[in-house]
Design a protein around this ligand. Structure first.
Ligand code: CA
Length: 257
């Protein structure tokens, strides 16, 4: 959407999906014909669709310097997914992070940015329209540092909050109560989890399926910390623990100092 600084109507462009855009402001009710100075988007009423607010410096309706809320009253059946990526240690609004949603061979990308229009700040919550898709196969969070965090199998039509700083780089496929430290590390990694899981065989593979660490050594009864020396480059790795009765899997993001 483009708010106008001149006495022209606000404009709203629809992505046709083929590299072209269609101007449809009148069709969707974007009807301010006065001067606008800024615009922001957010799901103001938390109903799963994106609304628009524009700062009107002067309007054809006789008032001046007020906000116009274009509430989106979409009533179709398309699905959506909102990702609220927050930081507790680093930048709270996750500005500079990139989020990728993948469903089958389709991919949507959203970059969390600090501003899009004059003196305006849109919501930092990433909104994805999924069309007829009822779930996302994966959510890939690309940190500005190059670190990735991956979540999988996320149902549509919900807003999820991802805490990007805690348990950094660990995806709990079915690994319960796992903590990995120090990560970032200079060498050794400590796996802290239940003694029952640690009693099994551990296998760590890279994304090409090559085993980079494997051990079936038992640790002391009742111990819940396993320390291993991983001489690998930083990146994503699959980790598996095979006990007598269960297979536990997860993805870890090893970061080297
Ligand atoms: Ca809304």
């Amino acid at each position: 959407m483009i708010p106008n600084a001149l006495l022209n109507p606000d404009r709203f462009y629809k992505n046709n999906g083929d590299g072209t855009f269609a101007e449809i402001a009148n069709q969707v009710g974007i009807n301010n014909t006065g001067i606008s100075r800024g615009m922001a988007t957010a799901d103001f009423d938390n109903d799963g669709d994106i609304d628009v607010i524009a700062a009107a410096a002067d309007t054809s309706m006789g008032s001046s310097q007020h906000a116009i809320l274009y509430r989106n009253d979409y009533s179709g059946n398309n699905n959506w997914l909102d990702i609220n990526l927050v930081g507790e240690i680093s930048i709270k609004d996750a500005i500079g992070h990139q989020l990728e949603i993948k469903v089958g061979d389709q991919c949507w990308i959203h970059e969390v940015v600090g501003g899009r229009s004059y003196s305006s700040q849109s919501s930092s919550i990433a909104h994805f329209g999924l069309g007829s898709k009822t779930k996302a196969d994966s959510l890939i969070i690309n940190f500005p540092s190059g670190i990735q965090k991956i979540l999988t199998n996320i149902s549509a039509n919900q807003k999820i909050t991802v805490h990007k700083d805690f348990n950094q780089g660990i995806q709990h496929v079915n690994l319960p109560q796992i903590n990995i430290f120090q990560n970032p590390s200079r060498g050794n990694l400590n796996f802290q989890m239940s003694a029952e899981i640690l009693s099994g065989k551990i296998e760590i593979t890279n994304l090409e399926g090559q085993i980079v660490y494997s051990s079936s050594a038992k640790i002391g009864s009742g111990e819940n910390i396993l320390t291993i020396d991983l001489s690998v480059s930083q990146g994503l790795y699959h980790v598996k623990f095979l006990t007598n009765n269960n297979l536990y899997r997860g993805i870890i993001n090893i970061v080297k100092l």
